[in-house]
Ligand binder design. Sequence first.
Ligand SMILES: Cc1cc2nc3c(=O)[nH]c(=O)nc-3n(C[C@H](O)[C@H](O)[C@H](O)COP(=O)(O)OP(=O)(O)OC[C@H]3O[C@@H](n4cnc5c(N)ncnc54)[C@H](O)[C@@H]3O)c2cc1C
Length: 386
Amino acid sequence: MFAVDRSRGYPQFTEEHDQLRKTVRDWCHKELAPHAAVWEAARLFPREVFDQAAQLGLLGIRVPEHLGGLGLDWWYTVCYAEEMVGCGLAGLTMALLVQSDMATPVILEIGDSYHQDNFLRPAVCGQAIAALGITEPDAGSDVAAIRTTARRDGDDYVINGSKTYITNGTRADFITLAVRTGAAGHEGVSLVLFPTDTKGYRVTRKLEKMGNHCSDTAEIAFDDCRIPARNLLGNEGEGFYYVMANFGGERLVGALTATAGAQRLLDNTAEWCRTRHAFGKNLMGFQTVRHQLVQYETELEAARQLCYRTVALVVAGDAAWREIAMCKLFCGEVANRIADRCLQLYGGMGYMDECEASRVFRDMRLITIGGGTSEIMREILTKICL
Ligand SMILES: Cc1cc2nc3c(=O)[nH]c(=O)nc-3n(C[C@H](O)[C@H](O)[C@H](O)COP(=O)(O)OP(=O)(O)OC[C@H]3O[C@@H](n4cnc5c(N)ncnc54)[C@H](O)[C@@H]3O)c2cc1C
């Protein structure tokens, strides 16, 4: 909307960061955006996109080089997440981020060399698609209530139960899976790496969604699935804490992409307001329209600064629980409101499927739900702040 470098004032963004930005931007522009309509209609994007992302290093930005990654810092992840919105496919962005920043960071953090060689490395190089399996039909926000069981039997775990709303779920090669190994409550939860070619595993349903159309979302079931006990990540009974820690990165990239997605829509809406005429002038000629646009620009600046401040804390080694919950809450709510208001500025065109505002409005609705709802963010903040 304005000729301004929105990441200025952050010496953390170097020329190398700009290069990664440009790489992602060019890829989105040349290889992904031209296929947006077809992949949205097909309700799936091709598997080769994971390979392409891997070749650009995007699936292992913070993974050390000896494990196939780029060994870079969180500021590069910021560039990746922000620039991905240029592909105009929120579902594809979500699917890649599930792979790079939701299902696999925990393997780097607490996995041993067996886990890293057999699961992380293939995910980083695009050979394996990863999913994160936490939510169940009867347990979403309340992670400690999951019922999928993993019973120890000799050198194996035998898994029974089901999960739902699993992104990449119809074609994942492995799932970072939350299971119940102990008694009821959060202390009975563990995390395992589950290969989907295990006997007894089924994709029971591919779910239809209101947005993020080109990503697949599945309901999956486990019927006496036997996996090696060494697929346990970390310690038995500590899975709840690993899941909560892992949510940090997931929520931060979610807040970053929501903010960047709303910014892109706002910029395009400003262009629309310059060209759309009513009552003898363009929409930009109405003070009320100009005031709305700068109000939204201000709110997105605040959202972005909250994200950048949080990234700075994370890079400095701070868990930033408070700031991450604030990012997810604030950026999600702001981005949703702006998506709604931008659609309004498009008038009837905003309601048409062919209009970007319509798609962003649908896609954006997810951000205050997935990976922890706004209500749960307020719950976390209540516990930390009050
Ligand atoms: C498109 C999509 C993709 C997803 N991808 C994945 C994935 O890859 N892996 C995965 O594991 N999960 C995934 N999810 C699941 C997502 O994380 C959950 O939907 C989310 O955590 C909310 O859980 P729930 O749907 O069970 O809602 P519920 O927990 O049933 O909540 C229903 C409502 O009650 C509110 N509520 C609940 N508890 C409280 C409370 N204590 N105080 C106040 N209000 C409360 C909630 O905020 C919400 O408004 C995905 C979801 C969607 C829609």
